[in-house]
Design a protein around this ligand. Structure first.
Ligand code: SF4
Length: 81
């Protein structure tokens, strides 16, 4: 099991949809996707090796710098990891 993740981007914002719409959230977009949806608007996420890898502990430590109580792990296809 790997302890590093390819991170395309991570940022603090407001959740715009779903049950937690309007709540502050920290988004972590992981690189890598093998699904290939034709409607995909983040095709630049597909190639895992295009994104820098970080230790999971470092990703968590960065997230903890923000006051959000919600973390959204997205992609790409985060379940690849
Ligand atoms: S990143 Fe999401 S929308 Fe794009 S191909 Fe992968 S699963 Fe589909």
């Amino acid at each position: 099991m790997s302890t590093v993740l390819p991170v395309m981007e991570a940022f603090y914002t407001v959740q715009g949809e779903g049950l937690f719409a309007g709540h502050s959230a920290y988004f972590i977009r992981l690189g890598g996707c093998d699904v290939g949806c034709t409607w995909c608007d983040v095709k630049e996420s597909w190639e895992m090796d295009r994104h820098p890898k970080f230790e999971v502990a470092a990703v968590v430590e960065e997230a903890l710098r923000y006051p959000a109580r919600i973390v959204v792990v997205t992609g790409g296809e985060p379940l690849m990891h």
